[in-house]
Design a protein around this ligand. Structure first.
Ligand code: NDP
Ligand SMILES: CC(C)=CCC[C@@H](C)[C@H]1CC=C2C3=C(CC[C@@]21C)[C@@]1(C)CC[C@H](O)C(C)(C)[C@@H]1CC3
Length: 615
């Protein structure tokens, strides 16, 4: 058995790929097959290194000065570049502030990303604020050995707010570069200061979702729409011709006991979230360079929840109560979400500017909707992260189970219908996948860009559990017989969607985590001058959002078991297409600003956004 020289947890010096510089790293693990060590730099970067590239600490004599700093991105240097998540604009807080303390924040943020390595000189603001990246990029295989491997790495990994660029240079160039850097630094500082302290008028900001009137309409329209949809589904004939459905009196929809049960559910999930089990990971770097810590125990929470539910079923607890009071539960969740949104908005008024979301605008209505504070936390309890994956997502599976039991009861079945089993298992797979890959949620737009306000509170706590479970709700009162050959086709469709969805998400996450991952060496990439590269082959060379394509295929597979008698069960597919087309446009806008010409090259090479040869 091959021996290993370094133990897990040992602190050593690791060579930075492509250079002769060594930085302090911690050994995380060792793969006896590939003989590679996974090491972690102090800035959180994880890489795989050969044994030859690792030296014990003792083999280095301590030198004075910054050269012993722990990782490239921590080192201080002659030039740095701090950048907002979207290079086209600084985060809102930074732009609006005029206070001295905020100036200090910005300076601090800038200091955090400075590097000692001789930097790569770019045109001032190349690929930065409001400008396209002028750097010529080229496409290359991911395994081609490079002189400047550093370009392959983004030190702050997936940092959307701050990225640092550098390239190792021969010493004789250093002085000249330093001069150029200091000139550029002055320019950058001046420009940053101007941009930071100007007060952006609200009209000058591109507000998404149709601006203030748009979000106003969404906030009132969506809850009304939700109740109309559920009421339509309760009708014997849920044809669109039977619209509007008979409306119940408002007082019939409110039941304090139901609200109590909802609160209990929320608190139990909060309790599970606090359990000290599961890995703790760091999120994406924030504007000030901080990385928040998140505990990954969603999957444990799921197991525990179903252990409790199993016990309750065994004890004879009546889950039919949830079906009978389904609308009351939806109202309880909506009321809770409104209260939560008000709380989130109020507390955001006291939040320091550096904690505000880059999506917030300064307009009260818009910010109430999009969320003003990026990561509202009570102590270590992260409200947005918790709501994104726990009460709503796990609640959706519980509701599906309730519908399955209700179907058996109402239709006097000994076993659930095949249609119901298909819907339940397809969606169960989706939720389990989300919880199993919980860490991936930390790189979604919801976590790194949008604040926590009404949009996500309503989306997570009301829309997901009560709309995403719509197919199961529909099947309770509108049975549909599915033959086995049809079921097999639906399973194949679901699996195809899942393979694309998971393949694409995993490929991108692995690439962002470690761009030199040997498993990705066959993939082609485009350089961008942010230091991050773009995949242009594999799933991301097929269409520009392969994960959305997979998600939409799965959405169709969830609806098909409901048959073709009514359009209602297909509402989810229609809504989801609209959501993802809109989301794709939002992401495209951000990427164009971030990557400039490189992104345009990517678009030329991969012309379709979501649907090959269609869109
Ligand atoms: N069920 C539901 O209701 C919903 C599900 N989803 C799902 O959530 C998942 C996450 O979605 P979302 O957060 O919107 O976005 P993505 O996971 O698609 O992430 C988009 C980001 O990926 C990076 N990227 C884009 N192209 C490339 C490329 N070629 N190579 C490398 N990186 C690239 C860019 O960020 P950077 O370069 O900065 O890393 C871009 O901003 C998706 O699977 C989606 O289907 C989303 C919304 C709702
Ligand atoms: C106004 C309105 C209706 C907004 C609703 C949007 C939300 C429902 C969605 C926005 C992004 C979402 C994500 C998931 C669920 C739906 C919402 C909240 C997600 C948790 C589903 C499971 C996936 O695997 C995921 C973790 C990638 C995903 C993240 C985004």
């Amino acid at each position: 058995m091959p021996s290993r020289k370094f133990a897990d947890g040992e602190v050593v010096r690791g060579r930075w790929p492509g250079s002769s510089l060594y930085y302090e790293v911690e050994i995380l693990s060792h793969d006896s097959n590939s003989q590679l060590y996974t090491v972690k730099y102090k800035d959180g970067t994880e890489l795989e290194l050969k044994e030859n590239d690792i030296k014990p600490l003792t083999s280095f004599r301590q030198r004075k000065g910054g050269s012993t700093s722990s990782s490239p991105s921590r080192r201080r240097g002659s030039r740095s570049r701090s950048r907002s998540r979207s290079p086209g604009r600084l985060p809102k807080g930074a732009r609006r502030s005029a206070s001295a303390s905020h100036q200090a924040d910005i300076k601090e943020a800038r200091r955090e990303v400075e590097v000692k390595l001789t930097p790569l000189v770019l045109k001032p603001f190349g690929n930065s604020i409001s400008r396209y990246n002028g750097e010529p990029e080229h496409i290359e295989r991911n395994d081609v050995p490079r002189k400047n491997t550093q370009e392959k790495f983004n030190l702050s990994q997936e940092s959307s707010y701050i990225s640092t660029q550098y390239r190792l240079r021969p010493r004789r160039e250093e002085i000249r570069l330093k001069e150029m850097d200091s000139k550029e630094e002055k320019f950058v500082t001046k420009e940053l200061a101007v941009r930071t302290f100007e007060v952006t008028p609200i009209q000058a900001k591109d507000l998404e979702f149709g601006g203030v009137p748009g979000v106003f309409l969404i906030m009132f329209g969506l809850p009304v729409f939700l109740f109309l949809l559920l009421l339509m589904c309760k009708q014997k004939d849920p044809s669109l011709l039977n619209f509007p459905p008979p409306l119940p009196a408002l007082y019939e929809l409110w039941e304090t006991r139901v609200f109590g049960v909802y609160l209990l559910w929320f608190l139990i999930q909060a309790l599970f979230y606090l359990l000290p089990v599961g890995k703790v990971v760091e999120g994406m770097p924030l504007i000030d360079g901080r990385r928040l810590k998140y505990r990954l125990n969603g999957f444990y929470a799921f197991i525990l929840t179903f252990a409790v539910i199993g016990t309750c079923l065994f004890q004879g607890v009546e889950f039919h109560y949830v079906y009978r009071h389904f609308l009351q539960f939806a109202l309880a969740a909506t009321v809770f979400c409104v209260v939560l949104s008000v709380y989130l908005y109020m507390r955001s008024l006291k939040a320091p500017r550096k904690d505000l979301s880059p999506a917030s605008s300064g307009n009260a209505v818009y910010d109430f909707f999009i969320g003003r504070e990026l990561n509202p936390r009570i102590g270590t309890f992260d409200l947005k992260y918790f709501c994104e994956l726990r009460p709503g997502l796990i609640g959706w599976v519980v509701i599906n189970l309730v519908m399955l039991l209700a179907e058996m009861k109402i239709q006097s079945r000994a076993v659930p219908s095949l249609a119901m089993i298909l819907v339940n298992s397809f969606q169960l797979l989706y939720v389990v996948d989300a919880l199993w890959n919980e860490e991936a949620v930390l790189t979604t737009m919801d976590i790194i860009h949008d604040g926590f306000g009404f949009m996500l509170a309503f989306g997570d706590l009301v829309w997901v559990p009560f709309i995403y479970s719509f197919q199961a709700f529909y099947l309770v009162s509108h049975p549909n017989e599915v033959s086995w050959p049809m079921a097999s086709l639906m399973i194949v469709l679901k699996l195809c969607g899942y393979i694309i969805f998971r393949g694409a998400n995993s490929q991108k996450n692995a690439f962002r985590k470690n761009p030199s991952d040997p498993k990705l060496s066959h993939l082609k990439t485009i350089h961008t001058s942010t230091g991050k590269n773009l995949l242009v082959s594999g799933w991301w060379g097929f269409v520009r959002h392969p994960n959305y394509l997979g998600d939409l295929i799965m959405a169709l597979a969830w609806s098909l078991p409901c048959g073709f008698n009514h359009i209602l069960p297909y509402f989810y597919v229609v809504y989801f297409t609209m959501l993802l087309v809109h989301r794709e446009a939002r992401d495209e806008y951000q990427c164009k600003k971030k990557y400039g010409v490189a992104w345009e090259k990517y678009c030329q090479r991969v012309p379709y956004r979501i649907f090959p040869y269609i869109y």
